[in-house]
Design a protein around this ligand. Structure first.
Ligand code: AR6
Length: 172
């Protein structure tokens, strides 16, 4: 039975086959979780990212994890919140879905996500959490290799929002 778990943590310490990076379209690093991942992975991650020539919002690209405990890093730029009428919800769904598809293509069993776009990109947490949980749970219904997905939350408010969203989905 494929599973989804929400917990507190620092994604750079997670022993998953792949962790997902909430990147920007340059894929050349930044602050937040992106900065933490590059810092923990070491300079070879940036070297690998330079060869990828960026990534469009909602798409995903993969590198090795280098010094991270994770085997791979899947980089996806989530949407910047612009009020909600610029396709942000679909783009956020694409980020989760395309990351999961790439994990499946690389035969990953365990995949850990941070809360994409809800930091510097200001996607409202109560809108982002249901999109993330629904997309992950739908994917797990038919995935072959990806069997466990973790949502790694960095603060109380984020964890509470994902738990609430996931509980609502489970009741339907
Ligand atoms: N582990 C798990 N989650 C974390 C960690 C960590 N180590 N560090 C931060 N978070 P953000 P975005 C949480 O701003 O909104 C970068 O500069 C954080 O608390 O990292 O998608 C990129 O280069 C929040 O809940 O990503 C882009 O330019 C969540 O991760 C831009 O920020 C996402 O916050 C992307 O912005």
């Amino acid at each position: 039975m494929n599973g989804f778990q929400i917990f507190f943590g620092d994604i750079t310490t997670i022993h998953a086959d792949a962790i997902v990076n909430a990147a920007n379209t340059t894929l050349l690093g930044g602050g937040g979780v992106d900065g933490a991942i590059h810092c923990a992975a070491g300079p070879d991650l940036l070297k690998a990212c330079r060869t990828l020539h960026g990534c469009q919002t909602g798409e995903a690209k993969i590198t090795k994890g280098y010094r991270l405990p994770a085997t791979y890093v899947i980089h996806t730029p989530g949407p910047i919140w612009q009020g909600g009428s610029c396709g942000e919800a679909d783009l956020l769904k694409n980020s989760y879905q395309n990351s999961l598809k790439l994990a499946e293509a690389y035969h990953c069993h365990t995949v850990a996500f941070p809360s994409i776009s809800t930091g510097v990109y200001h996607f409202p947490l109560e809108k982002a959490a249901p999109i993330a949980c629904q997309t992950i749970r739908d994917f797990l219904k038919s995935s072959k290799h990806v069997t466990e997905v973790f949502m790694v939350c960095f603060d109380d408010e984020t964890k509470a929002a994902y738990e609430k969203a996931d509980a609502a989905i489970q009741q339907i």
